[in-house]
Design a binder for this molecule. Structure first.
Ligand code: AHR
Length: 540
């Protein structure tokens, strides 16, 4: 073939190849819109304290009895009365702390009813939650045993409402004093010679409401006495390990308690202190809670997500208030009750606060965790309400059966964020519009883990439109990637005892090309990615 013919043939071949390639592109389904996410990996910010992933377990409905405690003689497999399937499930969450015994229950709890030989416990009535009998079979030592089994720590709420400073002081002595004291000897006689660790102590619960409806000034006077006289004697809890005391703060947007507590803290004398102040905010979109937890549509989905996004504004406002008295941010904002509070399940005891847990709860949990992370400098602890069988639970049980909820899966996916350092990100959130509601389409955070890997969490709120995110680092390359995504065909999809895997995370394909990583967020999904960040030249 002559050189002229040869080059003609090459051209024809090239054109044919190009045409084939264009045809292939044209035949691909339309690609999702792409949003850019820039991560400033060189400037790690505040630590996302692992306590932000804390839980709350109250003597309420099946929260303790049936959910944790089945008794030593139960046919449900247990270790010293504590059900083993629940322990195994919770261990995977690396639960940093559990708030107990309440809630409203705490302000009527008398710890002595729940210690000593099982046959001699004093039965009482749970007046807050359905007037049901309270056997007190699950008390302080059982709670500590449960924590030891799941690998967690106690956040005790002492009884300020109907108890006394002396009763609370005696409780802490029972738990933490050496066996040279009467209190320590009593604990040893009950099988626990070594003092327990009590890292967190709540000084009352909702003292503006079920905790006694105390005026802010009255509460502050009481709180100062509890702070001063309730001692932790554990020698291992000196200095930086000292017990942190958390005062009652805001009821949602009502900040009169927060204001009084912070003012008192600012003017305090040497003899008392607090390390945190609480915020309670439930996503219920109205009161009393009437929105269903199952069998709902997009209107209800968008409404609850919009309601939960208020958390960011509440934290911002309360942080600003706290900054006025505490510019160095010594006092933590502790969101020790948050989550969905929905209509009780039809046919259930309304005092038991039983609700289903759907894909919507999963997105809502992720949005809140992202908000807490963004405010990591001030929000250093949070406790979702509640761990088992109550409100936005991790686990639902029914006799011997157990199911993990979509919220459980989010907490498991977010484990890499525990104690990671927040990284600044730039991300255009886009819009998801439903009726009069205008929400961001995408919400995301990034953090550097202790081992140097980067974790990214992304929520796509839009129930109908997928979106691609191109993640890039300010410098360095992206190495090996691991990614999971939680979604389901419907916004109200739930896991049930007969179909426990309807909403579970699945591996997510993520393609990395040098400094950028492309991932497609399915509609109504939560995604968590972990990747190595490599310096140019290949080193971590
Ligand atoms: O979590 C249920 C209840 O909600 C708690 O007992 C109380 O503190 C709050 O009002």
């Amino acid at each position: 073939m002559s050189p002229a013919k040869q080059s003609h043939c090459k051209l024809v071949l090239l054109v044919a190849l190009l045409c084939a390639a264009r045809g292939a592109i044209a035949a691909e389904p339309a690609r999702e819109p792409v949003v850019e996410m820039g991560i400033d990996a060189g400037h790690p910010g505040a630590r996302i304290h692992r306590e932000v992933f804390g839980q709350f377990a109250e003597h309420l409905g099946g929260g303790i009895y049936g959910g944790i405690w089945v008794g030593r003689n139960s046919s449900i497999p247990n270790v010293r009365g504590i059900r083993s399937d629940v322990v195994a499930a919770l261990r995977a969450l690396k639960v940093p702390d559990v708030r107990w015994p309440g809630g409203c229950f705490a302000d009527e709890y008398h710890w002595r009813d729940g210690v000593g030989p099982a046959g001699q416990r004093r039965a009482t009535v749970n007046t807050n939650w359905g007037d049901v009998p309270e056997s007190n079979a699950f008390g302080s030592d059982e709670f500590m045993d449960f924590l030891q089994q799941i690998g967690s720590q106690p956040y005790l709420s002492v009884n300020v409402g109907s108890g006394s400073v002396r009763e609370a002081a005696d409780w802490l002595a029972y738990l933490t004093a050496p066996t040279t004291t009467a209190a320590g000897r009593e604990r040893a006689a009950n099988g626990h010679p070594a003092p327990y660790r009590v890292p967190y102590l709540g000084l009352g619960n909702e003292s503006w409401g079920c905790g006694g409806a105390l005026s802010p000034d009255f509460y502050v006077n009481e709180m100062r006495r509890f702070s001063r006289f309730v001692h932790n004697y554990n020698p291992a809890q000196r200095g930086p390990q000292a017990m942190q005391r958390i005062a009652v703060g805001a009821d949602g947007a009502s900040t009169d308690y927060l204001q009084s507590v912070m003012q008192a803290w600012h003017d305090k004398v040497w003899s008392w202190d607090i390390e945190g102040v609480s915020l309670h905010y439930y996503s219920s979109a109205g009161w009393p809670p009437a929105h269903p937890s199952q069998h709902f549509g997009e209107d209800e989905y968008a409404l609850l997500l919009a309601d939960t996004l208020r958390m960011e504004r509440l934290i911002r406002t309360q942080t600003a208030l706290m900054d006025r008295y505490d510019p160095q941010r010594k006092v933590a904002l502790v969101v020790d009750e948050w989550g969905t509070w929905l209509a009780p399940l039809p046919g259930s005891n309304p005092g038991f606060l039983m609700q289903q847990n759907s894909l919507r709860d999963a997105l809502l949990a992720a949005l809140n965790l992202n908000i807490f992370a963004r405010h990591a400098e001030r929000v250093r602890m949070a406790n979702i309400a509640q761990m088992i069988n109550v409100l936005q639970a991790m686990v639902l049980t029914d006799g011997p059966r157990l199911v993990l909820t979509p919220t459980y899966h989010v907490f498991r996916m977010y484990v890499p964020f525990q104690d990671a350092s927040l990284l600044p990100v730039s991300l255009q959130p886009g819009r998801y519009v439903k009726g009069a509601l205008r929400l961001p389409q995408v919400d995301g955070i990034a953090a550097r883990e202790a081992d140097g890997r980067i974790a990214v969490a992304l929520v796509n709120l839009d129930p109908a439109r997928a979106i691609a995110v191109r993640i890039h680092l300010d410098h360095g390359r992206i190495g090996a990637v691991r990614a999971e995504q939680l979604t389901a065909p419907q916004v109200d999809a739930v896991n049930t005892f007969s179909d426990p895997t309807a909403v579970v995370p699945r591996a997510l394909a993520a393609s990395a090309a040098d400094a950028a990583l492309r991932v497609v967020l399915a509609p109504k999904s939560v995604s968590v990615l972990q990747f190595e960040s490599l310096e140019h030249g290949g080193k971590r």
